[in-house]
Design a protein around this ligand. Structure first.
Ligand SMILES: *[C@@H]1O[C@H](CO)[C@@H](O)[C@H](O)[C@H]1NC(C)=O
Ligand SMILES: *[C@@H]1O[C@H](CO)[C@@H](O)[C@H](O)[C@H]1NC(C)=O
Ligand SMILES: *[C@@H]1O[C@H](CO)[C@@H](O)[C@H](O)[C@H]1NC(C)=O
Ligand SMILES: *[C@@H]1O[C@H](CO)[C@@H](O)[C@H](O)[C@H]1NC(C)=O
Length: 462
C-alpha cells in the first residue's frame, strides 16, 4: 500500500481497504477458535510484565512497549490473512454491507444548550475528505509542554517532515464549525468532559487540552484530580488519570485510564499473585461512581483486546459475576463485542437519569504497520499525506462492532476509524522515544495531528 503513491484513491478502493480490515477481524475471530493455528505465542517478556492494575499508568515506557505488543499478533495474522484469504473478501463484504449499521445519528433530539442540534446531528462527519490547510495545526507541538507528553510530541523528536500537521478534515455536505478554544470553554461552562479509555483516549485528551489553550502555558488551570480519586496510589509513579479545570468558565476536562472499559477486580485481595476478574458485563467502578458528574463522556477501547495482554495482566473473563463458560464469548472478539455492547447499553440506561449527559463511543483508531509487525520490521514511514487516498464516502462505519453497539441507543458514535485509516503518515513511526531501535510505533499518532480532528468532530457534536 505504501508504494501506491498516487493521490485521490477512489472510494471503492478505500472501501476495499476497510473490507480487508473487517475480513481480517473475522478471520482473527475464527482463528481464535482454533488455537493450534496460532503461530505467535506471546513472548516471555509479556508474561513477566507487572499487572496493569498494579502498575496502572505508572511506567510509560513499558506500557508503550506493551501497547506496541498489543497489536503484534493480530497484525501478523492480518498480514497473513490478507495474503491467504483475498478470495473471501467479496463474501465478507456482502455479509457486512447487510449487517453494518448506518452511522448517521440523526435522532432529531433537542440539544440541551438550545443549539440547532437537529441540523448539526444530521451530518455524517465520517464522510468527507482531507484538505491541506495552512491554518493547521491548532497549537504548537513545541509550545504545548503543559499537557503534551514528550513521547507523542513529534516536533521534539528527530522527525523533520511536518506536512501531516497541515491537514483538515472537511465533512461532505455539511459545515463543521471551526474549533475555537474560548467557544469550546463557553459551551462547556460549569461542565465536565470525561475521556475514559486507553492510551489512544489519552492522546485525544492531551490533544484537546492543547487545542483549548492553543498550546499556550496556562498557569491558572487547576489540577482537580483529587475530586475524581485520580491520585497517585502507593507504589505507582502516576495516577489512573488526570483532571483539569479552567477557572474562567469552570470547565473540567479529565481522562481516566480504563483500557478495556469493564470492571476489573482482584479475585483474592489477600493474594499478591491473584488473578483479576474482568467483568465483561459490568462498567468500570470509576464510571459508576462519577457518571453523575459528567456532561460529556467519550469512551474508547480496542488495542488491549488480545490474549497476550489478558495473560500478562492475569485477567480472567467473568460474565454475570462468575467465570465465563460461553465459548462464543471466550474468543477475544466475542469478549470485546460483549463488553462494548454492555458499556454502551449501560450508559444508555443512565441517560434518562442524567438528561444533560452527551455520551459518545469513539470508534477504533486504526494501526498502520506495513510489511511486518511492530517488532519484525513493520513500518509506517511514508511521509506523504493522502498517499492512501483523501476521500471517504462510505455510509457505514469502518468499525462495525462500535457501530452496531450504539445502534438504537442514545449513545453517539464518534466515528473516526475510516478517516484516520487514510493517515498512515501521521504516526510516531520510527521516531518513537521509547521503542527499541528498529521498532516503529504505527499505533499512536504524532501530536498535533490526527486526534485533533477527532476533537474537532466532537466539538461539532456537543
Ligand atoms: C439556529 O436556528 C435559528 C432559527 O431556527 C437561527 O436564527 C440561528 O441562526 C441558528 N443558529 C445556528 C448556529 O445555526
Ligand atoms: C462549577 O460547576 C459546578 C457544576 O459542574 C457547580 O456545581 C459549581 O458550583 C460551579 N462552581 C462555580 C465556582 O461556579
Ligand atoms: C455557572 O455556575 C455559577 C455558580 O453556580 C452560576 O452563577 C452561573 O450562572 C453558571 N453559569 C452557567 C452558564 O451555567
Ligand atoms: C455482539 O454482542 C451483541 C450483544 O451481546 C450481540 O447481540 C451480537 O450478536 C454480537 N455480535 C456478534 C457478531 O456476535
Amino acid at each position: 500500500m505504501r508504494n501506491r503513491m498516487k493521490t485521490g484513491l477512489k472510494s471503492k478502493e478505500i472501501s476495499l481497504i476497510s473490507i480487508v480490515l473487517i475480513s481480517a477481524t473475522i478471520i482473527l475471530w475464527s482463528w481464535e477458535k482454533t488455537p493450534s493455528l496460532t503461530a505467535f505465542p506471546p513472548p516471555q517478556k509479556t508474561l513477566q510484565l507487572t499487572s496493569e492494575i498494579l502498575s496502572s499508568v505508572s511506567d510509560e515506557e513499558r506500557k508503550h512497549e506493551r501497547i506496541l505488543e498489543a497489536g503484534k499478533k493480530s497484525e501478523a495474522k492480518r498480514n497473513e490473512a490478507e495474503g491467504k484469504k483475498t478470495s473471501k473478501l467479496k463474501e465478507h463484504r456482502e455479509t457486512f454491507v447487510k449487517n453494518s449499521p448506518h452511522r448517521s445519528s440523526s435522532t432529531g433530539k433537542k440539544d440541551n444548550n438550545g443549539n440547532n442540534a437537529t441540523k448539526i446531528e444530521a451530518c455524517n462527519y465520517a464522510k468527507g475528505k482531507w484538505v491541506p490547510d495552512n491554518n493547521r495545526p491548532l497549537y504548537s507541538g513545541i509550545g504545548c509542554k503543559q499537557w503534551l507528553s514528550s513521547m507523542w510530541a513529534c516536533r521534539m523528536m528527530q522527525r523533520t517532515d511536518f506536512a501531516y500537521e497541515k491537514l483538515r478534515w472537511q465533512p461532505k455536505d455539511c459545515e463543521m464549525e471551526e474549533f475555537e478554544g474560548l467557544k469550546f470553554l463557553k459551551r462547556l461552562q460549569n461542565k465536565t468532559l470525561a475521556f475514559v479509555g486507553d492510551s489512544l483516549g489519552r492522546q485525544q485528551f492531551q490533544s484537546l487540552m492543547c487545542m483549548i489553550t492553543g498550546g499556550e502555558e496556562k498557569p491558572d488551570v487547576e489540577d482537580v484530580g483529587d475530586e475524581y480519586g485520580l491520585v497517585i496510589a502507593e507504589g505507582n509513579a502516576r495516577p489512573n488519570g488526570w483532571a483539569y479545570r479552567f477557572p474562567s468558565t469552570n470547565t473540567t476536562i479529565l481522562f481516566y485510564w480504563s483500557a478495556i472499559l469493564c470492571d476489573v477486580e482482584p479475585i483474592d485481595i489477600n493474594n499478591p499473585q491473584t488473578d483479576y476478574a474482568m467483568h465483561l458485563d459490568r462498567p468500570p467502578a470509576f464510571l459508576r461512581q462519577y457518571l453523575h458528574k459528567f456532561n460529556v463522556l467519550v469512551l474508547n477501547t480496542g488495542h488491549h483486546w488480545n490474549r497476550g495482554k489478558l495473560k500478562a495482566n492475569r485477567w480472567v473473563m467473568h460474565v454475570g459475576g462468575v467465570p465465563n463458560t460461553d465459548k462464543k464469548i471466550a474468543v477475544i472478539w466475542g469478549a470485546k463485542n460483549l463488553t462494548i455492547h454492555s458499556i454502551v447499553s449501560w450508559v444508555n440506561s443512565q441517560l434518562p437519569k442524567y438528561p444533560g449527559l452527551k455520551a459518545f463511543f469513539r470508534s477504533i483508531s486504526p494501526r498502520h504497520f506495513f510489511g511486518g509487525d511492530w517488532n519484525t520490521g513493520g513500518s509506517c514511514d511514508n511521509t506523504k499525506p493522502m498517499s492512501l487516498g483523501k476521500e471517504l464516502l462510505d455510509e457505514e462505519s469502518s468499525d462495525p462492532v462500535a457501530g452496531n453497539a450504539v445502534k438504537g441507543t442514545g449513545v453517539k458514535l464518534l466515528d473516526i476509524t475510516g478517516l484516520s485509516q487514510l493517515r498512515d503518515e501521521g504516526h510516531i513511526s520510527r521516531f518513537s522515544l521509547t521503542a527499541q531501535p528498529g521498532v516503529q510505533d504505527c499505533l499512536h499518532w504524532c501530536l498535533p495531528g490526527v486526534p485533533d480532528t477527532w476533537n474537532e468532530i466532537l466539538f461539532a457534536q456537543i
